[in-house]
Design a protein around this ligand. Structure first.
Ligand code: SF4
Ligand code: SF4
Ligand code: SF4
Length: 453
């Protein structure tokens, strides 16, 4: 690879791991024989290594396939079995970032998540991806429709609704036990246009400006979080603009729909360019979106200078706050938070290789009692919603729920909102009498400490 987009990754092995641009425009990328040869090459290395045996469901699936084969080696494993390995990969990137010693520049040149992505892209090209999962990935369209009648949609989506949820499970494959995020009539974008924010001109960082990339999740499902981010950043002296040209494409990416993701990347980067030219930082409110903008888009379109520029200008929300703290400084928090807090470090925050910024941020709060868990929650975007995956998603996340339970937190927090809810559901399975544990975003806990929430 050109040292390009992934060259600033640091974690894993003695050398900084690199990521090659995705060769998705090359017909060889979709050649099934070539893909099979590469799967067998990589799986054989994994078979000999097995470090990732407990990271997710993909590796146990792979190792069972091999161990239960006639020879106990890959040569007697049928390629049809590889589908389940790829289906169980949620592209969390943990194997690449935290375990694998064979990532580039090692000569084995192993990038397991991107190989799974290639498998999904080939399935997509052959038309073998389910129609329903394609519909679920249309987050903007779905969010717009739901925002017309949010009360009705939320009623139908509620997991206590014994009439609609079985139908949803049958028709759309969404497990009836899954907690589905709520929708709102007034999106973050609309709320931001209506609310006048007063900027703290005495704060040390006064004068800095940031675009908040709303993200589909915050725009349609959690506008309160977006407004809290705006108010807190205003308290820190930051002038913000809310911009949302569309979803980053992570749900399509998870399904291997790479041309659609490339189109999203081009459109959003063009919309952000004028703001970058005016000196605005770009702040993504969800780690998965930041990961897409900083790392995956430049690997999809390495020749695109606008995307490269956006990648260099984008910061994750917690990362941005810690950057402010280190460069200009932040006002002091006014409230202590003494309730025990369990913080889950989101996989896509880890994959940005920026350090545990949510933990650093929460440690700004006086007296905070923090229990930090750095393990996969098992959710994996819409993957964990589906009936075929829900039990596995709970199983993968069980160690997180068990550790959280020992700590008896008052609140579970994660920068990944779906992960926080999934952990709360895992806790509920372990302790049904406690019901669903409250969840909050780390920024909302920080906002409480600043008296902004
Ligand atoms: S990217 Fe995550 S889910 Fe996929 S194989 Fe690696 S650890 Fe497992
Ligand atoms: S991805 Fe790397 S660390 Fe994980 S099992 Fe395969 S070779 Fe080992
Ligand atoms: S990664 Fe961000 S913009 Fe993309 S689907 Fe998820 S929340 Fe929406």
């Amino acid at each position: 690879m050109s040292e390009g987009a992934g060259a600033n990754l640091k974690e894993g092995g003695l050398h900084a791991p690199l990521r090659h641009p995705l060769d998705w425009k090359n017909p060889d990328f979709y050649d099934e024989e070539k893909l099979d040869a590469e799967l067998r090459r990589v799986f054989d290395i994994c078979h000999g290594c097995r470090r990732c045996f407990n990271l997710c469901e993909s590796f146990p699936t792979l190792f069972d396939l091999i161990d239960e084969s006639q020879s106990g080696e890959l040569d007697t494993v049928q390629s049809e079995g590889f589908k389940e390995v790829a289906d169980n990969c949620t592209l969390c990137d943990l194997c690449f970032m935290t375990k694998c010693p064979y990532v580039p520049p090692h000569e084995f040149d192993l990038d397991f998540p991107h190989l799974m992505l290639r498998y999904k892209a080939v399935e997509q090209k052959k038309g073998e991806t389910s129609w329903i999962s394609g519909q679920l990935s249309e987050t903007d369209r779905n969010g717009k429709i739901a925002s017309v009648a949010p009360g009705l949609v939320n009623w139908a989506n509620h997991r206590d609704n014994k009439y609609t949820r079985p139908i949803l499970e049958k028709v759309a494959g969404i497990d009836s036990r899954t907690e589905i995020p709520q929708f709102h009539g007034k999106t973050f974008l609309l709320r931001a246009q209506d609310e006048k924010i007063v900027i703290n001109t005495t704060a040390p960082a006064y004068g800095r400006k940031a675009v908040l990339y709303a993200t589909c999740f915050v725009n349609y499902n959690n506008p309160d979080l977006g407004m809290t981010a705006r108010r807190l950043l205003a308290h820190f002296g930051i002038e913000t603009e809310v911009v949302y040209p569309g979803c980053c494409g992570m749900p399509q990416f998870e399904q291997g729909r790479l041309p659609q993701v490339a189109t999203s990347a081009q459109g959003i980067s063009e919309a952000m360019k004028p703001w970058i030219d005016l000196g605005y930082d770009i702040v993504a409110l969800v780690p998965s979106c930041a990961l897409m903008m900083k790392f995956e888009w430049p690997l999809l379109l390495p020749e695109n200078g606008t995307i490269q520029k956006l990648a260099e200008s984008t910061l994750d929300l917690s990362e941005y706050i810690m950057t402010l703290q280190k460069s200009e400084g932040l006002p002091a928090p006014v409230n202590a938070i003494s309730d025990p807090v369990t913080l889950h470090i989101a996989c896509h925050a880890r994959a940005q290789n920026m350090g545990r910024k949510a933990e650093e941020m929460l440690k700004l709060i006086p007296e905070i009692q923090l229990n930090v868990i750095e393990r996969c929650s098992g959710h994996g975007g819409t993957w964990g919603f589906m009936k075929e995956h829900y039990e596995v998603a709970l199983k993968v996340g069980k160690p997180v729920a068990q550790e959280a339970l020992k700590y008896q937190p008052a609140v579970v927090t994660s920068e990944c909102p779906l992960a926080a809810t999934h952990i709360a559901q895992g806790l509920e399975v372990l302790e049904p009498s406690q019901g669903l544990m409250p969840t909050q975003h780390p920024l909302e806990i920080l906002a409480r400490a600043y008296g902004v929430l």
